[in-house]
Structures are given as C-alpha cells and as structure tokens.
Design a protein around this ligand. Sequence first.
Ligand code: G3P
Length: 229
Amino acid sequence: MLINNLLFSTFWGLVMKIFVDTADLDEIRELASWGVIDGVTTNPTLIAKSGRSFKEIVDEIFKIVDGPISLEVVGTTAEEMVKEARQLAGIHRNVVVKIPMTAEGLKAVKTLSKEDVKTNVTLVFSANQALLAAKAGATYVSPFIGRLDDMGHEGMQIVEEIVDIFGNYGFKTQIIVASIRHPVHVVQAARLGADVATIPPAVIKKMVKHSLTDVGIQRFLEDWKKVPK
Ligand code: G3P
C-alpha cells in the first residue's frame, strides 16, 4: 500500500500544497521568501483584520505569490455571487473565487464551472456538503477543521471521509484543509493525502522550529571554535 501510494504520488508529481491563510502582506512576504508557499487564502475576516483596502491587499498578493489566491464573495444569492465572481476572476489569472456552501452557492458554482472560473467552496463542515460541492463542479472544497474541533467534534474525520469519497468516484475537486489551528493538524492532513493545507502564518512558523535543532546548531558552532585554525 505504502509503495503504491509512493509510486502514484511520484508519477503524478503530487505533494500536499501549502497555502498561507492570511491577508497580512508582511507575513505573506516573509513566508513566500522561504520558498514553500504555493498559494494564499483570504476571507472577509482576514481582510478586515489587515486594516488595508481590499484592492491594496490583492494587488500586492499577486505580486508576491504566483499561485492560486482565494478571494471570497459576499453576495448571498446565486446571481450576486456569480456577478461578483466574474469581477474577481477578471482581476488576475490566479484568482480562485471562494463561494459559501449554501444551495445558492451550489447554483453559482455550477454556472461558474461552465465558464472555467475556479471556485473554492468554503465553510464546509460535512462530507455531504463536500460531495455536493464536487458535483456542482467546485475546483476546491474547504473543510473547516478547527471550528469543528471547537464544537467537540473530530474535525479531521470529515477530511478522511471526503478523501475516501472523492477517491471512490474520481472527483477532480481538490481538498483544502482549512481552519488549521496547530502543527498536528498539518501532519494529519498530509497523512490523509489532502491536496492542500491552508495554514495561518503562526502555525507555519511553529512547523519550522524544533528546540533540538536550535540546541544542535548551538553545539556545532561552539565545537567549531575548538577546531585548530
Ligand atoms: O481558511 C479558513 C480559515 O480562515 C478559518 O479559520 O481559524 O477562523 O476557523 P478560523
């Protein structure tokens, strides 16, 4: 099984993508400079938190990261969402339009998929919601793991279910594990074979650190001083 998975991933060049879940430009700049960021996800809360205008933020993000950038609609009817999505998609070739998981959202995704507008169905809290989004033609679905954990559920379980369901039927819709709260969530997402983890900057910074790495570097540097010059 392990060998099969390995051969499959190697053949298709698959590796879990890492998106940064923020609208903070300084954080995006810093993390992009590490060379491990494949895309960015935002939402109205993150945009509001940044204290800058929407236009200012998105113009800059496109300059920093050349990968999928999720921008969310705020309309509530399919008609409003489609109109907004077309405008957002016109901003840049990397735009992915975030659409909320509602019946109106599904209608909008169906229309947009026929126009090749990339969509990310957000606020997904069950495998059934993900199944419907995939059937409507979503490019991505975003199960919100941390918010389920907050309610006393095992959030990662729905990721496992969605991976199984999409695998059973060959859906091309990619799974973005979202609402990640700590590094263990990232390991779990990768072990389940999620396509993408969208991670807050603070968690990405925790992923890079290990106290034994720091101690090890310190000791190597100290010992190097003892080497005769
Ligand atoms: O990508 C979704 C994410 O921004 C939601 O995270 O921490 O508000 O549940 P959180």
